[in-house]
Write a protein that binds this ligand. Structure first.
Ligand code: DNO
Length: 361
């Protein structure tokens, strides 16, 4: 595996590449052209400039998170092919620039959804949190207003104000889209992009829906083992793979994370590893990465990744806000750096133990 760190670009991020370079064991950056809208073709010059900036800082551009999918593709409207053509051009240009991993999601309307961006924990840190009761009590517009007011001035991925201004129309577009239709539209999209992925060896890594169930009545399909295996089979190409995000699949306590990882051998192209602390099955907060601070056994998650021979980029995920940092919720420097160091420590221990056992056989 390659330990990486998500970075939104010097125009948008409070964290600098120099700081990332100083986190022990972090060698790569996961980035994007954050200013581009879903559906736009990415300019080669912008891709190369991003890559150069990262390489000049002594890091590698280990993949893109995300090249977002236009709603026309998810809904399957008659103009979807135009947007797929644009997507293919972007992939071609990324491939030509030597980038081989692209993370995306197929969530209708919103990307990930949280109901609080700064829940205070007993140690005074603040964290992202979700409680189903709050979602049930709100409509999507109110939710957007409450979330954007708490974002420390940052634009949250998937909650771009331009898109949210059309939230009613977006909901209207998805009125006739159910799970089956969404699966069919995903299949159509994947079948069209696989040739370019084969040509440039680009691993597509779909991000799970977060939380892993329907919110506001919208269909959500990338939520559990059964559905992702269905997705792998429906377009059975090794470039059709997943981002294994423990914090997203983990929102549903019925998802057995290590078992899911083992069932996806060869198809996990990117890993987001973080913990969650559940207060009830529908109320959780994003605790520190450490197992004992949350509900998941992080050792078992890392062991499963090790056992399947995972060799792609991995990153710590949302961090707490600690030490008075002011940053995009979930994406400050300090707690994610602690997360990276912890995950590297688990990996080193697992690797050494494994090698010792092999040597004594
Ligand atoms: C949340 C992230 C997601 C993810 C997208 C991928 O912090 O993990 O926004 O980047 O769903 O397209």
């Amino acid at each position: 595996m390659q330990m990486t760190f998500r970075w939104y670009g010097s125009k948008y991020d409070t964290v600098t590449l120099k700081q990332i370079r100083q986190i022990p064991g972090v060698t790569g950056v996961i980035s994007t052209l954050y200013g581009t809208a879903p559906g736009e073709v990415w300019e080669t010059a912008d891709i190369l400039a991003l890559k150069k900036e990262i390489e000049d800082a002594g890091l590698s551009l280990a993949g893109i998170e995300s090249v977002n999918i236009h709603d026309a593709i998810k809904v399957g409207t008659p103009d979807r092919d135009r947007y797929i053509d644009n997507y293919i051009t972007t992939l071609e240009r990324l491939g030509q620039a030597g980038i081989h991993m692209v993370c995306y999601n197929f969530m209708p309307v919103f990307d990930w959804t949280r109901t609080e961006l700064a829940r205070v924990r007993p140690d005074g840190s603040t964290v992202l949190a979700y409680t189903q009761e709050a979602v049930d009590a709100l409509n999507p517009e109110d939710m957007f207003a409450s979330i954007s007011g708490d974002a420390n001035g940052a634009i949250l991925p998937g909650w771009e104000p331009e898109r949210m201004a059309h939230i009613k129309e977006l909901f209207e577009m998805y009125r006739d889209v159910d799970d089956e239709k969404l699966f069919a539209n995903l299949k159509y999209f994947l079948e069209r992009i696989m040739p370019v992925c084969d040509k440039y060896d680009i691993n597509m890594a779909i991000h799970p829906d977060d939380p892993a169930w329907s919110v506001f009545g919208l269909p959500r399909i990338i939520i559990n083992k059964e559905n992702i295996l269905r997705m792998m089979k429906m377009v059975d190409n090794p470039h059709n793979g997943v981002t294994f995000c423990s914090g997203s699949y983990g929102t549903n306590l019925e998802n057995d994370l290590p078992d899911m990882i083992r069932s996806l051998k060869g198809r996990i192209h990117f890993a987001h590893v973080r913990n969650l602390k559940f207060n009830s099955p529908t109320d959780f907060e994003e605790s520190a990465h450490l197992s004992s601070d949350g509900t998941f056994d992080m050792y078992e998650i890392m062991l499963a990744l090790y056992d399947i021979g995972f060799d792609g980029p991995i990153r710590p995920d949302h961090g707490r806000m600690i030490w008075d940092e002011v940053a995009m919720p979930g994406y400050g420097l300090y707690d994610r750096a602690l997360g990276a160091a912890y995950l590297n420590g688990l990996w080193e221990a697992i690797d050494k133990q494994h090698k010792k056992e092999e040597a004594s056989k």
